[in-house]
Design a protein around this ligand. Sequence first.
Ligand code: NAP
Length: 245
Amino acid sequence: MLNNKTAIISGASRGIGRAIALKLAKDGANISFNYLKSEAAAKELESELKSRGVKAKAYQVDIKDFAAVNQWVNDTKEYFGQLDIVVNNAGIIVDKALGLMEQADWQSVIDTNLGGLFNLTRAVIITFIKQKSGNIINISSVAGMTGLPRQTNYSAAKAGIIGFTKALAREVGSYNIRVNAVAPGFIETDMLSGLNDKYKQEAKKHIPLGRFGRPEEVARVVAFLASDKSQYITAQVMVIDGGMT
Ligand code: NAP
């Protein structure tokens, strides 16, 4: 389905990004991805992807660093020879009630989740416009749709991603570039490690399917959006939340 395509994925050393990398590789894509801290996990993923017969390269790049992201994209174009798919996935949470939120808590979440998306998309967009093709998939969250308490920073960033997705889809559709977002609900990754069992049990009561999602269940939707099976879909937000919202 994605044979000979190259995908660039932010934040793929763990969690949802890792599952997306494995799924897109399974579908035939070569994978360039970045990470910040999880060096061992990133190297392990790079090897695993290569063992599946695709080209793969891990880059230690802070998604907040505009110049470094640009360098990563340039190196990717040179190493892989082309660029077709972007997945803006890197994200963090710093959950606090607004009355306790420091300016740094606000800024780090906005700069990583929303600023990082700007940095990577800005670095690829001219290439996509020139080649008159490209596919951008942004990882938002249900927090960006309904808002979640103690996540004003994260909800604002994730809502911003939805606005960005819709605006860019209108801007570049005529160049055969599609831009979509997915909005996962609770997905079992390290990001949920701060939630205690009582909170998790309570949250599951509000999910019609009665359980949290798995990273692979998000990855399958991203792979669909990355493929020609979705070639008439753009400017959309696909919710993957077990019915929660
Ligand atoms: P995760 O398990 O915590 O993984 C986050 C990934 O992002 C890691 O690979 C991490 O790399 C990378 N990352 C963080 N900051 C970075 C930076 N400054 N530069 C480069 N890479 C960075 O999180 P996840 O649950 O997989 O989340 C992935 C995306 O899905 C995020 O955008 C998140 O907001 C979104 N999401 C998650 C859920 C959920 O319930 N899990 C729900 C909705 C949306 P290192 O480990 O190397 O630092």
